[in-house]
Every structure is written in structure tokens, then in C-alpha cells.
Design a protein around this ligand. Sequence first.
Ligand code: P1T
Length: 398
Amino acid sequence: MSSERASRIDTRVIHGGQRAEPVTGAVVPPIFTSATFAQAAPGEHKGFEYSRSHNPTRYAFERMMASLESSPLTEDDDPSCGTFAFASGMATMATLLDLLATGDRIVSMDDLYGGSRRLLSMVRERSQGLDLAYADLSDPEAFSAAMTPDTRMVWVETPTNPMMKLADLSALAKIARRKSPDAILVCDNTFASPVNQRPLEHGFDIVMHSTTKYVNGHSDVVGGVAVVKDAALAARVRFLQNAIGAVMNPFDAYLTLRGVKTLAVRMERHNTNGLAIARFLEQHPKVERVLYPGLPSHPQHELFQRQMDGAGGMVSFYLDGDLDRVKKLVAELRVFQLAESLGAIESLVNHPAIMTHASVPSETRSALGITDSLVRLSVGIEHVEDLLADLEGALSAV
Ligand code: P1T
């Protein structure tokens, strides 16, 4: 496969896991819409039986993601190199949580996308009896204290949504292997994208994405993916993907594969725009504090330099002022649109406390620092001067 000769990620986003379609030679994988596949005799088929279980277009996208996340698995290990695409990021997480049994303990980062925390605390604690332990995993000692021998899974976001905390993935993996060798280590890599960070290279077992975000990059598809490093674990996820059935459909797999091909060039612009906006906000008198790992003022800037290849387009900041001032600010913005989601080409602004993290209990939000003054930007790939002018204009109006 062409990906084997393509070591750099800028080339892998184009060719990773791809090959010409065997019947026609089509360079772009066709959208196979067929729900089912003809069999020559019962059980005698070409590797495709039913589209929930196997779909060639989905496979093309899954193999691409295996390549981007540095999966060591090949098609000899698993038909889609141990990578599985789902209908959404939440469907991905829900399926991965089914690797656990009733009552199992999971140690999770305290700062998570509100929907991820909702799935853990408001669904799976009740329906699966999961024993949830939230800790600040930006602090390896807090992780070590939470990591008991009976812990079965670790769930990390880095950078976190929306506080932009980082977790030292190599340090966490080392501690976890010592304390509970069989625990499954999962990293939600949505905020970084595989261009900026590849958790499997740091000893994690599974990396997942909401592909709705940077991977697709155009705010026109909802999806998710899990890349599994080990063949035996991949077989368990493959079983669950088929048994539960929350799969990505072939149209979305095609669109997301189309979107990911520009991921490396998009991330270059997200990285430079994000840094420029973070620097601008940091020196602005109406801004109290900026949370961005690419700034030397970020408490984990040194870890950022070791673990990431770019800081991306997510910038959170505290406005000097109350909720009314924040509402005025977002109303004044013209280029940044007020909307949930992130990671796409257009710039968005979000108010976590009222929007993406409304389902997090208010006392938890306060403890994490998700106050009414916190604003989250998803910096897009527009011209940076237009973005700066938009922010300058809105800030001067509040
Ligand atoms: O929206 P969905 O594709 O189901 O993905 C959920 C999800 C998972 N993980 C992270 C880190 C996320 O940020 C998200 C979705 N987040 C938003 C919609 C948001 O605006 O933060």
C-alpha cells in the first residue's frame, strides 16, 4: 500500500491506507451504498457480507486514520487495520465504554467535553454501574493516586475541552502500566488532530476522535473514529462495532476521507492563526487570562513542546467582566460565529457554561474554572488580520 512508502504525515493524509479501486482503477474510493453483498454459496463471499459489518468506503477512511495515528496494525491483522468509524464522537465513546463490564472502574480526566462527561455520569454510571473516578490528569501525581489496581480504563482528553489542560501521555502510560497493567488507555485526540499529536506513539492503547472536528474540518459531517494499537483489542472493538451498530455511513466516510486530505495544510494555518490570536488576546487589557498551550505563559508549555507538533486553533480566555459583557462581545463579533462545535475552516465562538458544557453540574464547572466569563474560540483558517480585526472591534465595543 502506498502509505508504507509515505512516512511524513503531510503525505499520509493524501495516500495513507489508500490504493486504486481494484475493479476500475478509480483513484478516489467509490461510495459503496449497497446494504448487502452477494454470496456465491452460504458463507462464501469476498470479505463483505453486510454493510454494518463491512463497507469498502468506510474501510478506506478507517485505513487512512490508522495511518495518520501511527497504528502498527496492517490489513493482515485486521481488514481496516484496527480502526473503526462511527456515527459520531459520542457513538465512538459509547462503543469503547462497552469494552468494560458492569461495575468496572474508569479513571477519567476531570475536564472533558460536556457530552463525554454526560455519557459517563448521567448514562453509564446508571446503566452500566461504572465506578467513575475523575481526577486532574494534567498532574501525574493526582493520576497516580486515582490509579488503583482494579482500574480497567483510563479516559484522557489532551488538550482538554475547554480548559486546554494537557496530560503527559508517556508519563501517564508508565504509571498506568505499573499500577494496573491491563487497564485500557484511551486518549480523545479531537482537539489536537493527528497532525499535532499521536497518542499511540506515547504508549496509549486507543486513540479516538470526534471526526466532526479537525479530521473532517468542514462542519458538514458528524462522525467519530477509534484507532486501536493491539490486534486482540482491535478484535474486541470490531465485535462491538458490529454488535452495537453505530457505524459511520458510506456517504459520511467518503466526505470525511475527502476532508482529511487537507488536514496537514489546514492545521498549519490553524496553528499559526491560533498562536497569533492567543498572543493578541494575552496583551489585550479587557482579557484577564488566555489558555493556549502554545503560549509560554501556559503552565504546561514545556510539555506542549515535547508532546505536540502545533498548538492548534482552540483558544480559551477569560474576559474581564460578567456574563452580560460576554454576551455583548459575542454579539459584536462578525467573522466568528456563535455556535457549538470546533475544528473546522470557519471561526466559531462558544460560551462553554451555557452551551457545550451546560450538562456539567454547576459546582463541577466552578471547580474546573468554567465560569460565565470563559469564552472558547475555534480559530479557523481565514486571513488572520480579519480575525484580529473582528476581535479588536468586538472587544473595544464591550
Ligand atoms: O459531537 P460528536 O461528534 O458526537 O463528538 C463528541 C465530542 C467528543 N470529544 C470531544 C473532545 C469533543 O469536543 C466532542 C464534541 N464537542 C463539541 C461539539 C464542542 O463544541 O465542544
